[in-house]
Design a protein around this ligand. Structure first.
Ligand code: SF4
Length: 233
């Protein structure tokens, strides 16, 4: 089956059950539906197997699945919180909306905030986890920052902003972006960058101080703490 974006199928990387590792619903038992393809190319991407054809054989990594068959798979699992992630899920908005119309789940979508959400998804999705990418991601500004899209999420009460912060430069850029869109700080999670527990702890202590004084929420990356960079957990 040729891998392409069509309205009645989804290009899927993996489906697995775990607990949500980031953001406001951290710890919630969830099924993760990881979709293929991305419109960005972050230098530190930990899911490059969903989009990077130069490093991965996407014909082996990705599968085109019919909506009804995929819905049956999701219904057979016990979690009733569904996290649609990627890659960039909103590249497949139309097929996601078709799938979600068949499911009773509470739904979260993870996005980098560069593609506008459709009205159908805005009406259906319970929680948006919006992670704008900063200069340190290596993406050019005109690709990683879409102010029209961010403005829409900033005024949507079910959209939560999550930013991964490594250093003062990241923090300054994140503050400027969030202030530009007047994103309420109680809807903003700052998370330490890191792939080891030691890095997360050290940067987490620094960010805890920032959050205490500036009103952001401190997030962690629970899956990194528990499983490092293992896939499908
Ligand atoms: S937006 Fe997400 S999936 Fe896409 S390259 Fe960046 S980190 Fe990877």
């Amino acid at each position: 089956m040729k891998l392409r974006i069509v309205p009645d199928r989804l290009v899927v990387s993996e489906v697995f059950d775990s607990v949500q590792g980031e953001g406001p619903s951290v710890g919630v038992p969830s099924t993760f539906l990881r979709l293929g393809f991305c419109n960005l190319a972050c230098s530190w991407c930990d899911t490059a197997y969903t989009w990077d054809a130069a490093r991965f054989d996407l014909s082996k990594e990705l599968t085109s699945r019919a909506i009804d068959e995929l819905g049956g798979d999701l219904m057979a699992r016990s979690p009733r919180n569904l996290v649609v992630t990627g890659g960039e899920p909103l590249l497949q908005s139309e097929a996601i909306a078709t799938l979600l119309a068949t499911l009773p789940h509470r739904v979260e979508i993870e996005t980098a905030g560069t593609i506008a959400p459709t009205d159908a998804l805005l009406a259906r999705v319970d929680q948006w986890n919006v992670s704008p990418k900063l200069a340190s991601s290596g993406n050019p500004l005109d690709k990683r920052r879409r102010d029209d899209v961010l403005a829409r999420f900033a005024t949507h009460s079910r959209a939560f902003f999550k930013l991964v912060i490594a250093d003062e430069a990241d923090l300054a850029e994140a503050r400027a972006l969030l202030d530009h869109h007047a994103v309420p700080r109680e809807r903003t999670w700052l998370m330490p960058e890191g792939t080891t527990t030691a890095q997360l702890a050290e940067r987490g202590r620094w960010l805890a101080d920032v959050c205490t004084h500036e009103g952001f929420r401190l997030g962690t990356r629970l899956h990194v703490l528990l499983w490092g960079d293992r896939r499908g957990v």
